[in-house]
Design a protein around this ligand. Structure first.
Ligand SMILES: Nc1nc2c(c(=O)[nH]1)N[C@H]1C(S)=C(S)[C@@H](COP(=O)(O)OP(=O)(O)OC[C@H]3O[C@@H](n4cnc5c(=O)[nH]c(N)nc54)[C@H](O)[C@@H]3O)O[C@H]1N2
Ligand SMILES: Nc1nc2c(c(=O)[nH]1)N[C@H]1C(S)=C(S)[C@@H](COP(=O)(O)OP(=O)(O)OC[C@H]3O[C@@H](n4cnc5c(=O)[nH]c(N)nc54)[C@H](O)[C@@H]3O)O[C@H]1N2
Ligand code: SF4
Ligand SMILES: [Mo]
Length: 829
């Protein structure tokens, strides 16, 4: 057990006792912390952690504690809206909005056919929503255009698992994190993005125990500060690093030969691909010291157990899928999978993104069925009682493809559920133009940047107002109950979907309604039948059991009634041709493999090792755009801030965007702390204050992507490149090129003026003015001399202290955090 104690984090605003506490699960990241929602006078007034829940034992992070404010926000949407002839969104009734939606759907089906309609959903809804989306999309509309923001988030998890092991589903789980000797956090800033899981890791470290921590990140994040080894590599060189590590492991023979022989195929090809990657080449490409690479390789080569987590620094980078496959290769070569404390753990980000992948609301068919295997399609047709010819066969379609279809007039209707793509899509200025050409239906709780391009807006219930299940990052299914009814006029996504299916009169083969369930519970019962015998079998789960046990991991069936902590303990993988979820793709080019090609690999239950080719990122700094741009998250905000921006504490902690720039680059450009600068990429430009730091590599700038309002001009995705990984089709948000420009007013010195008086006039400290104009004392400024006046904003962000445990458990106060840093932070002054 990771946690020695429970710690009930609580955030309630109520006079007197609350009326009730309602069982739920945090809806604001994939860690999946158990919680109770406080209700008073039929309003949500707070939250507390669930002390019994094994994931968090009562702990919550800052986002988790503050997520409920948004439910009470006075600007909740309370009525559907439709766009009128003068291009304004105006209130209307549900009947009018749904009739228009249905009329438009029918028209598009008539004119463009089933693939004229796309559903783009989310990783934050419930299993029952996703399953219904799968059924409506595939068997109702007969469309193959089902994707979600999970494409931006965890598509690479899915593809890395399909390629190596034949099916989705994380091999390792949190229990392995508790038991392991070594954790490698690969492009995963867990201290800020999975706060409770980070505390869970650190609670062992604070007791003076393991694990040894390796962090791979070009920024010295809070996570990196806690590491034994921080590999601060050049952006986009993940695969080069892993090649270098594998090269050392093979050379030193740190391999589990019998595991490789009995449970894998493809060793020779894999070994060949790392041959050139000696220390010299690896160090040259990654920018890391040779000794550091060697010492990490030794740690990874000798550790008796290992959990490697990957997240957006891997998934949203060049070579995303290859990088994650290389991590699978590492685990396989060392036999570190399916054993306690070991396994690759390609993470999820959103609270239920894994759920959507499991039940088939995106990409694959439900329950890990293979969209290219006619047998699997036939099974689905039987389960849904529809004609198999209605279910399209073939590879999944992604959002970038949908944008192309919009641009070329081939997409008539885009149904956007529970996501805000006008902030979250890369190169969003291009995406906006495509959306504007298309009829867009948006289902959201608020007006957002995306409703600006919507033709119909359907107001939804939020978490706490609806019931359903979420699968977290380690295959655990958790329950969310209804704390309060949704505001009048608002409907849960699930019921909007059912209403649409009814109005569209979707029928099965026998002329009965395609969707016969009427509640999430009934829907779950149907889903269970669909999952029977598949890797994600949930036949032995019920809502009650999930609640009683505080979460259960799939598969859960007759043989495993209590769920499954770890996959592949028998080292039999889903790579039989009739079982596999995908025939896979060539990892280096992304080309789909045929069934025959898959058969030729001859895996038949063994895991697949791959030879991988390193490509440097497609967009790199140039003389015109000399800096790397990377984007990501900060601890205080959730994505496009529709929730956290409405929570007072979180909003105040970080009310606006910024760019982090290394102290040496700031000096070169003579930029002052807080100075508002222009960040320009080949696609757009934004204006944000600069935070001058020593935590990014020199030559790299970081912009958080949370600040996307159309008015403010601080959106990271005005800048980001829209290239995608060839296999997972996940956008490369982490590597674009940019430059920084100063935006300054000019002041001409007149008679009697001094630098001091000019500074006073423009309300900026004289030192800043001096620095901005590179004036070293003793300086003279003559009449007529031009002084540049920077505009300075306050961008102090309160520090986040992840170790609350220290305050509550006296034992921890005495123990010292064991931190041995092998590298010295570059450029530190
Ligand atoms: N506070 C907060 N927490 C969240 C979320 C949130 O919005 N806010 N969102 C949730 C979701 S949906 C997700 S997907 C997760 C994401 O969680 P993370 O992946 O941890 O977050 P990011 O900040 O996107 O990126 C992680 C790190 O990748 C690093 N990186 C950039 N380029 C490279 C590279 O070339 N190589 C390597 N190795 N690293 C690189 C960045 O410096 C960054 O620190 O967080 C979840 N949790
Ligand atoms: N530059 C850059 N861009 C990125 C990333 C990055 O690291 N860098 N990360 C990417 C990743 S990993 C992710 S996951 C995405 C996230 O990007 P999005 O999914 O676009 O962001 P969210 O703010 O989570 O959007 C959720 C929307 O659902 C609404 N909503 C809330 N509750 C409900 C509900 O119950 N029902 C419905 N129908 N709507 C509801 C919210 O108001 C909000 O508008 O961003 C991606 N974009
Ligand atoms: S770690 Fe994630 S799931 Fe847990 S409280 Fe924080 S946001 Fe919620
Ligand atoms: Mo995500």
């Amino acid at each position: 057990m990771a946690w020695e104690n429970e710690r009930i984090d609580i955030n309630v605003y109520s006079q007197g006792e609350v009326d009730r506490w309602v069982y739920s699960t945090c809806n604001i990241c994939s860690v999946g912390c158990g919680c109770y929602i406080a209700v008073k006078d039929n309003k949500i007034v707070g939250i507390k952690g669930n002390g019994e829940h094994p994931v968090n034992r009562g702990r919550l992070g800052p986002k988790g504690e503050n997520q409920w404010y948004a439910n009470n926000s006075p600007d909740r949407l309370l009525t559907p809206l439709i766009r009128n002839a003068s291009d304004n969104l105006v209130p209307t009734t549900w009947d009018t909005a749904m009739d228009l939606f249905v009329e438009k759907s029918r028209e598009v089906l008539r004119t463009l056919g089933p693939d004229g309609i796309a559903i783009y959903s989310t990783g934050q809804g419930f299993l029952e929503d996703y399953y219904t989306i799968a059924k409506i999309g595939r068997a109702g509309l007969c469309s193959h255009l089902l994707d979600a923001n999970t494409r931006l988030c965890t598509a690479t998890t899915q593809w890395a698992l399909l390629e190596s092991f034949g099916a989705d589903g994380s091999p390792a789980g949190y229990q392995d994190i508790d038991e392991t000797d070594t954790i490698m956090l690969f492009g995963h800033n867990i201290a800020e993005t999975g706060t409770v899981l980070f505390e869970r890791i650190m609670s062992r470290r604070l007791r003076g125990e393991k694990p040894f921590l390796i962090v791979v990140d070009p920024r010295r994040t809070l996570t990196a500060d806690a590491a034994d080894i921080h590999l601060q590599l050049i952006p986009g060189t993940n695969l080069a690093l892993l090649h270098g590590i594998m090269h050392r492991i093979l050379r030193n023979d740190w391999i589990d030969k019998s595991f490789v022989a009995n449970h894998t195929v493809g060793f020779d090809e894999m070994a060949k691909s790392v041959e050139p990657w000696n220390l010299d080449l690896t160090a040259q490409v990654t920018g890391l010291p040779k000794e550091q690479i060697a010492s990490v390789a030794e740690q990874l080569g000798k550790t008796p157990s290992l959990v490697s987590t990957t997240l957006q620094g891997a998934f949203q980078s060049a070579d995303a899928t290859s990088t994650c496959i290389a991590i699978n290769n590492l685990h396989l070569v060392r036999g570190l999978i399916g054993r306690p404390g070991s396994g690759p753990f390609h993470m999820a980000g959103q609270p239920s993104s894994s759920t959507n992948r499991t039940v088939g609301g995106v990409g694959s068919y439900p329950a890990n069925r293979n969209p290219s295997n006619p047998k699997h399609i036939q099974e689905m047709a039987e389960l849904w009682n529809v004609n198999p010819s209605h279910l399209e066969i073939g590879p999944e379609k992604d959002i970038e493809h949908m944008i192309y279809l919009m641009e070329s007039g081939q997409l008539g209707l885009f149904w956007n559920i529970h996501t805000n793509p006008m902030v979250s899509l890369p190169n969003r200025l291009r995406a906006r133009k495509a959306f504007e050409k298309t009829f867009v239906v948006v289902q959201d709780a608020f007006l957002t940047e995306t409703t600006e391009v919507a033709d119909i807006v359907l107001p939804t219930a939020m978490w706490g107002e609806k019931e359903g299940l979420m699968e977290n990052a380690d295959r655990t299914l958790n329950l969310c109950e209804i704390a309060v009814p949704p505001p009048t006029g608002v409907k849960a996504d699930f019921y909007i979907l059912l209403d649409y299916a009814k109005r569209m009169q979707f029928m099965d083969k026998d002329g009965n309604p395609l969707i016969q369930y009427t509640t999430p519970r009934e829907c779950f019962e149907e889903w269970k039948a669909v999952s029977r015998g598949r890797p994600s079998d949930m036949t032995a789960m019920t809502y009650e059991k999930i609640k009683k046990k505080n979460g259960i991991q799939w598969p859960t069936n007759e043989q495993r009634p209590h769920g499954t902590t770890r996959l592949y303990e028998d080292w039999v993988f889903h790579t039989h041709v009739d079982d596999t979820q995908s025939f896979g793709k060539d990892p280096n080019t992304g080309r789909e493999r045929t069934k025959e090609e898959f058969k030729r690999i001859g895996a038949n239950g063994k895991a697949i090792l791959y030879g991988l080719t390193y490509y440097s990122p497609a967009e790199r700094p140039t003389p015109e755009f000399p800096l790397w741009l990377t984007t990501g998250r900060l601890v205080w905000h959730w994505h496009t801030r529709t929730k956290t921006g409405r929570a007072p504490n979180l909003h105040m902690a970080a009310p606006q965007g910024y760019v982090e720039i290394h102290i040496t680059d700031a000096e070169k450009l003579s930029i002052c702390p807080g100075e508002v600068v222009r960040v320009v990429s080949p696609r757009g430009r934004i204006e944000v204050p600069a935070r001058i730091v020593d935590t990014v590599l020199p030559g790299l700038v970081f912009v958080p992507f949370h600040f996307g309002s159309w008015e403010q001009n601080q959106a990271a995705n005005d800048l980001t490149v829209d290239f995608v990984d060839p296999v997972s089709k996940q956008p490369i948000f982490k590597q674009s090129a940019c430059r920084i420009e100063r935006i300054r007013e000019k002041h001409i010195i007149t008679q009697g003026e001094t630098l001091e008086s000019v500074a006073k006039k423009h309300r900026i400290p004289v030192d800043e003015l001096r620095r901005a104009n590179k004036l070293a004392p003793p300086y003279r400024i003559d009449i007529g001399h031009e002084v540049e006046i920077p505009s300075i904003a306050n961008v102090v962000i309160p520090p986040y202290t992840p170790f609350r445990e220290v305050d509550v458990n006296p034992r921890f106060r005495q123990s010292k955090l064991p931190v041995t840093r092998l590298d010295s932070p570059r450029g530190k002054e």
